[in-house]
Design a protein around this ligand. Structure first.
Ligand code: PEP
Ligand code: MG
Length: 756
């Protein structure tokens, strides 16, 4: 039994020499296993690579039957090698043949060998293969030897990832690195994106693996760790006051990790074994990730992601790299893959090159998703493992309709998607052709199709979609994508740009609607709310913080100087709130006119109907305001007592059910009765079948996402509205619990060839 201490440094030095010379891949692998065997005084050294079909194939060996190379194989989980690959943990055995997982492969000829040390070949937490040494004697491999073999495995992992071994594969038996993967997530925005992966925070590829001088490398590591700690402390102190809750907790965790002695010790050990500081970070991280990959505890998984993030930051410190210049290196069909990202970060990417967004985390209501919707790109969220499974440049399909992501898709799947995209393009072409046709039903009733917006990136869609104007401008989005409250000047400037961009079409600005699910990270609600949807939000909040409302109203009045201004109040519960808001508006008007500012030519004040209490004071409401807009998203959640963000309940109750349709009809009727314009601006307006129902209820103006204008218009152009109105009246009045309304409406459309 060799008791000489194996020097990993010596091993790495040899490897470095072998990597530097020009050799055929197989020759290089053969030499590598020979050197490892020699230096570790082992009779056998073998490398198994994981194929896409889940089989570990013998790629090179010193000591076993050379004829078994590329023929001997084990399934993932089978035998010792398969066990190591499946568990991503090393196995160190004095007598391998006694191990319950030992599998006898006659072709390799390993009967004579007893002791066995195998380590996984890992990269970014993924197993790419297994590296094994064996001896005839029953010996125990020392910790140093395990460490040395793991370090060697890391170099081999880089070699596999660099594509060098691809030339050794046969068709149908490709390496796992190229395996197609389907990951199911949640659909956050419709659309299909075909393109190439762009990792949002690109995993830094460490090319400089071997160090010249360990002490010098440790000093580099210390310095980088120091800067990392300072930057975290800095983030924490800067946000001391306004920055509470989740983000703060994450930063606290970072600080704890950055000072974690165990982590630092493992990094130093890897450097002492001959790696550069950055390669050490990569190795330690990869080991940890692989070990934690089977963890189910969501808390610990989340912490692992934090650790990943931290390791990436440390790598950036070591390489002195700031945010890269992404715009230039971006492919023209980029699909951004991120664990999570801020809304502003998404806006840094050039829109014309974006085809989709894949998020490991995130919610449908997160800011980045709101922005992605405004940009009109397909989004799939909760795609677990997306970041570690993909490499920059991999082919990828994002199916935002189904909530599915296909990484490295097979050609036939890709073909099917290309066909789908073509079909959509043809439909889009049809919608574009409809754009300039009159906005009327088949029987000549004029209906205004408006669009919802909230950011500058939305505005080009006004002309593209052919919308008659903006029926709902969600001003809170500007606040949500910012990192502090936008100042008065910034608000004014923003509103002015919007008004100029709509070129004379009408735009209805809604005063900030924050609270509920719309949170501003820099604005702290002192109380934790049990039911934020029923809590301190929208008009309630702005009336309690009148400074907010005054600033916004003043900015809007100034921006709309010389033009019409339409202002709308969200979540009104009692008429007194409208009176209070009007007083604030009037005071601002007086103030501006006193200072000789140009005022809007007309000021129209409207209210949203979103709270059921309004339903029993509709006539009084109509007498108080100039126009009304139904927020069907909120109204539906309150009428049906169903949280709009709860995915479990998402399709449980139908907005096209009799009670909700009657609710909507009562509002439209009150508008007609009082001669006050009524619009509806929730998601209902954007689906052709529900848009048709709304028209049948008497809505002559609806506001929706711009992508819905085309399909709704196509429906409307075929709609005999008179007939539908009679049909709906009959069915709503004497509804005899026969077919559900949705089915009746579908039948009505099908019989008349109305495209839904
Ligand atoms: C609504 O509630 O329907 C609405 C349009 O407002 P938001 O979705 O912004 O709450
Ligand atoms: Mg609402």
């Amino acid at each position: 039994m060799p008791d000489k201490k194996v020097g990993p440094r010596h091993l790495l030095k040899k490897l470095r020499e072998l990597m530097a010379v020009n050799l055929e891949p197989q020759e290089r692998l053969d030499k590598i296993v020979r050197e490892i065997a020699a230096i570790m005084v082992a009779e056998v050294c073998s490398l198994y690579a994981l194929r896409a079909d889940g089989v570990l194939e013998l790629y090179a060996t010193e000591g076993l039957n050379p004829g078994a190379v590329h023929t001997a194989s084990l399934k993932l989980g089978q035998g010792l090698v398969g066990t190591i690959a499946a568990s991503a943990r090393p196995l160190n055995l004095q007598d391998a043949q006694k191990h319950p997982a030992f599998a006898y492969l006659p072709e390799v000829g390993e009967e004579a060998y007893h002791s066995f040390l195998g380590v996984p070949v890992l990269r970014a937490g993924r197993t790419l293969g297994v590296l094994v040494v064996q001896n005839k004697t029953m010996r125990n491999y020392l910790d140093d030897e395990v460490e040395a073999l793991e370090t060697t495995a890391m170099v081999i992992a880089e070699m596999i990832a660099s594509g060098e071994l691809v030339r050794l594969t046969r068709p149908g038996l490709e390496l796992d690195l190229t395996r197609p993967v389907r990951i199911d997530g949640l659909p956050f925005n419709d659309g299909i994106g075909l393109g190439h992966v762009v990792l949002h925070e690109p995993r830094i590829v460490v090319t400089n693996l071997f160090n010249e001088d360990s002490e010098q490398e440790i000093a580099r590591l210390e310095k980088a760790l120091g800067s990392l700690r300072v930057s975290i402390d800095d983030m924490l102190s800067r946000r001391e006051v306004a920055f509470e809750g989740e983000h703060r907790a994450v930063l606290e965790t970072y600080r704890m990790f950055a000072n974690d002695r165990g982590w630092v010790r493992r990094l130093e050990e890897a450097i002492r074994n001959g790696l550069t500081a950055e390669a050490a970070v990569e190795k330690v991280q990869s080991d940890m990730r692989a070990r934690m990959q089977n963890m189910t505890d969501p808390y610990l998984r989340e912490r692992m992601s934090d650790f990943d993030d931290l390791a990436n930051r440390l790598l950036r410190q070591l390489l002195g790299r700031g945010a890269e210049d992404i715009a230039h290196s971006l492919p023209k069909d980029a699909i951004i893959v991120a664990r999570t990202m801020g809304a502003a970060e998404l806006l840094d990417y050039p829109r014309e090159k974006l085809r989709g967004l894949v998020l490991e985390d995130g919610a449908a209501t997160s800011h980045v998703v709101i922005v992605a919707r405004a940009m009109g790109i397909a989004v799939v969220g909760q795609v677990k493992g997306a970041v570690s499974m993909s490499e920059n440049g991999d082919e990828i399909i994002v199916d935002g309709d189904e909530g599915v992501t296909h990484l490295r898709p097979q050609p036939d799947l890709e073909k099917a998607y290309v066909e789908k995209v073509r079909f959509r393009a043809r439909r889009q072409q049809h919608y574009r052709e409809l754009r300039d046709s009159p906005s009327e039903t088949r029987d000549g009733v004029k209906i205004d199709l408006l669009m919802n917006a909230g950011l500058m990136v939305d505005l080009p869609q006004l002309a593209e979609s052919g919308a008659a104007g903006i029926g709902l401008f969600r001003t809170e989005l500007q606040f949500m994508v910012a990192s502090t409250f936008p100042r008065a000047e910034a608000q004014e400037q923003f509103y002015r740009s919007v008004i100029e961009a709509v070129e004379g079409k009408s735009v209805t600005f809604r005063t900030i609607d924050i609270g509920g699910d719309k949170v501003l990270p820099y604005f702290k609600n002192a109380r934790q709310e049990e039911n934020p949807a029923l809590g301190w939000r929208a008009i309630r909040l702005t009336l309690d913080r009148p400074g907010l409302l005054k600033t916004q109203v003043r900015a809007l009045l100034k921006a709309a100087g010389g033009r019409e201004l339409k202002l709308m109040l969200p979540m009104v519960t009692e008429l007194g709130e409208i009176h209070q808001a009007r007083e604030i508006i009037d005071a601002e008007v007086r103030h501006l006119s006193k200072h000789a500012h140009l005022l809007p030519t007309v000021l129209k004040l409207g209210a949203m109907v979103e709270v059921p209490a309004m339903l029993w004071q509709l006539d009084e409401l109509m007498a108080t305001v100039d126009f009304v807009s139904v927020g069907s998203n909120d109204l539906f959640q309150f009428v049906m007592a169903t949280d709009r963000g709860n995915t479990t309940l998402a399709n449980r109750f139908d907005p096209l059910s009799v009670p909700f349709l009657r609710t909507l009809k009562a509002i439209a009727d009150a508008g007609h009765r009082n001669n006050v314009p009524v619009t509806l601006c929730g998601e209902l307006a954007g689906k052709p079948i529900s848009a048709m129902a709304l028209m049948g209820l008497g809505y002559h103006s609806i506001s929706m996402s711009p992508a819905s204008i085309g399909p709704v218009k196509a429906m409307m152009r075929e709609l005999p509205l008179g007939e539908l109105t009679a049909f709906m009246n009959d069915n709503l009045e004497g509804h005899s619990a026969g077919l559900p309304m949705r089915a009746l409406l579908q039948g009505f459309a099908d019989e008349r060839g109305i495209p839904l």
